[in-house]
Design a protein around this ligand. Structure first.
Ligand SMILES: Cc1cc2nc3c(=O)[nH]c(=O)nc-3n(C[C@H](O)[C@H](O)[C@H](O)COP(=O)(O)OP(=O)(O)OC[C@H]3O[C@@H](n4cnc5c(N)ncnc54)[C@H](O)[C@@H]3O)c2cc1C
Length: 515
């Protein structure tokens, strides 16, 4: 069959949720198209401890960024090409977004997206072992608190206390502006990631005649009859022929913050000038498509360890630290991840020493002000898009990150880490002044891999609003977007659980509009 009520393009974090929830109604037919393979028989995908092996692997679309005027031109954006999308690749750090972020979304003219609207979606999707009546106890996604087994991590939290950063509960419902703790992760007790596919698709696969999951199905473009989206053109498994998959009701685009704007632009929806430049006929002039690319840039401070580091871990990045770099903020503007492993992906090329036995603190700018773009390289769907995050083009981001490098050193200098922190390998103690630190950051920074906002929702009259508050693509009928690209601005914390909540919301909206 190639005709369905709904066609979901991208079986990733949000797309898996949309397809699973829509197909709960046996009267509705759904086709989920995923370019990558199934994750079901892939141990390196399912075992959360192995997530770093997937970087630049065959499961990664692996987008090298465009040359950066102020940032790292060698940075590669990992984007998973496998069922479950980036939730099948990521480190499964699980956060509810701060209420302040969501309330700001709603205040931007987006009814239905306040904390009061979205928190119930978090509750619905999770089975959380954390304390509190606000948590869900029966949802598909297992979220659990990392056990405090890593002695370096225990020492780090003591060092944070000594540096004035208290141990504070995460996901308590209250925003942590200044505090540290073991993360919560979406993973099962046996170490299997509780990705969108594991949580939503595996339990129902083969049990719903009304749901067809097609892996290895790469969408080339969307199909339109006038301004009505009628389906998707897909590359056949022989990589030569085309197939048309028809949607009687709606198409939902869930290909992620890089491939969703790419597919919109290939289909004629995007900034008219750019589309003409690459020879795509313009269906809708929508300047916000591929604009407003937002991310969490990440720096690195790495130490040689004085004792052997752990050899077992849930996912090697088990602790988070939040703080503010100026007074009066209601959300943290600086976050750190603690890694019990070396992470020299971006430092070796500049000659910084590395180690097999070390640990890291990676400061990231949680409310980055630099904005980038995703643009078509050519009108051929095979060509990787131009991803230009324009990192550190706003001075704010460099100031916050510089503060982060210094604070990481302050934490490592506390007595609690005396028995762990050896030589600082990167940037190294002779990198001292703000200018030297800034130069190091610009050259070697990474990303927390959180690109978003490239097809963002916005109020009527907002020229960059690709979508309305019901996730409908403005200017056409029968087409919605559900993935990280819809965010009006990137949430302050790790966004995967929020992206799943966007999938839940989209399914609700489609059900409501079906009547
Ligand atoms: C290495 C890494 C670590 C991360 N760690 C964390 C973390 O610990 N915690 C956290 O909260 N967030 C983390 N993130 C971010 C988070 O995982 C993502 O923000 C989120 O999963 C994005 O979901 P999405 O639905 O927008 O896109 P995706 O999950 O990427 O889904 C898009 C899907 O569409 C498919 N697709 C793309 N193009 C096509 C096409 N043409 N045809 C058909 N299918 C297509 C892709 O293959 C993919 O499966 C991490 C991300 C990465 C890459």
């Amino acid at each position: 069959m190639s005709e369905f009520d709904y066609v979901v393009v991208g079986g990733g974090t949000a797309g898996s949720v949309v397809a699973a929830r829509l197909s709960e109604d046996p009267a509705v037919t759904v086709c989920l198209l995923e370019a990558g393979p199934s994750d079901a028989d892939q141990p390196e995908v399912l075992a959360l401890t192995r997530w770093m092996e997937l970087l630049e692997s065959g499961f990664d679309w692996d987008y090298l960024v465009e040359p950066q005027e102020s940032g790292n031109s060698y940075l590669r954006h990992a984007r998973a090409k496998v069922l479950g999308g980036c939730s099948s690749h990521n480190s499964c750090i699980a956060f509810w977004a701060p209420a302040e972020d969501l309330d700001d979304w709603a205040a931007m003219g987006l009814p239905g997206w306040s904390a009061a609207d979205v928190f119930p979606l978090y509750r619905r999707l999770e089975t959380n072992d954390g304390p509190g009546a606000h948590h869900g106890r029966s949802g598909p996604v297992t979220i659990r608190s990392v056990p405090p087994h890593d002695p370096t991590g225990v020492a780090l939290l003591s060092a944070c206390e000594q540096a004035g950063i208290p141990t504070t509960e995460f996901n308590s419902g209250a925003t942590v502006t200044h505090g540290a703790n073991w993360f919560q992760i979406n993973a099962r007790e046996d170490g299997t990631r509780s990705s969108a596919s594991v949580s939503y698709l595996h339990p129902i696969e083969g049990t719903r005649p009304n749901l067809e999951i097609r892996t290895g199905a790469r969408a080339k473009r969307l199909l339109f009859d006038g301004r009505r989206c009628t389906g998707v053109e897909v590359l056949a498994p022989d990589l030569i022929h085309r197939e048309r998959i028809t949607a009687r009701r709606e198409v939902v685009l869930s290909s992620g913050a890089i491939d969703t704007p790419k597919l919109l632009m290939l289909s004629g929806i995007g900034p008219a000038g750019h589309l003409r430049e690459v020879g795509v006929d313009v269906l809708v002039d929508s300047p916000g498509v591929g604009a407003n690319l937002e991310d969490h840039p990440e720096g690195l401070v790495m130490w040689d360890a004085l004792q052997p580091m752990v050899t077992e871990s849930t996912q090697w990045w088990e602790i988070g630290i939040f703080t503010t770099t100026e007074d009066g903020l209601d959300r943290p503007d600086l976050m750190f991840h603690y890694g019990s492993v070396p992470f020299d992906l971006n430092t070796v090329r500049y000659g910084y020493p590395t180690t097999d036995n070390g640990f890291c603190l990676t400061p990231n700018v949680t409310r980055s002000r630099s904005r980038g773009t995703v643009r078509l390289r050519t009108r051929d769907f095979r060509d990787k898009p131009r991803v230009d995050p324009r990192y550190f083009t706003d001075e704010h981001d460099l100031r916050v990150m510089t503060h982060g490098v210094k604070l990481a050193r302050t934490i490592a200098e506390q007595p609690a880490l005396d028995e762990w922190a050896g030589v600082e390998l990167a940037p190294g103690r002779d990198c001292r002044t703000d200018d030297e630190i800034a130069d190091y950051i610009r050259k070697t920074h990474n990303t927390v891999y959180h690109p978003a906002c490239t097809a963002r929702m916005g109020a009527d009259g907002d020229p960059d609003a690709v979508l309305d508050a019901r996730l409908r693509v403005r200017g056409v009928d029968g087409l919605r977007v559900a993935d990280a690209s819809v965010m009006p601005f990137l949430v302050t914390v790790n966004p995967c659980i929020t992206t799943m909540a966007i999938g839940e919301k989209c399914a609700d909206l489609l059900k409501e509009d079906r009547g």
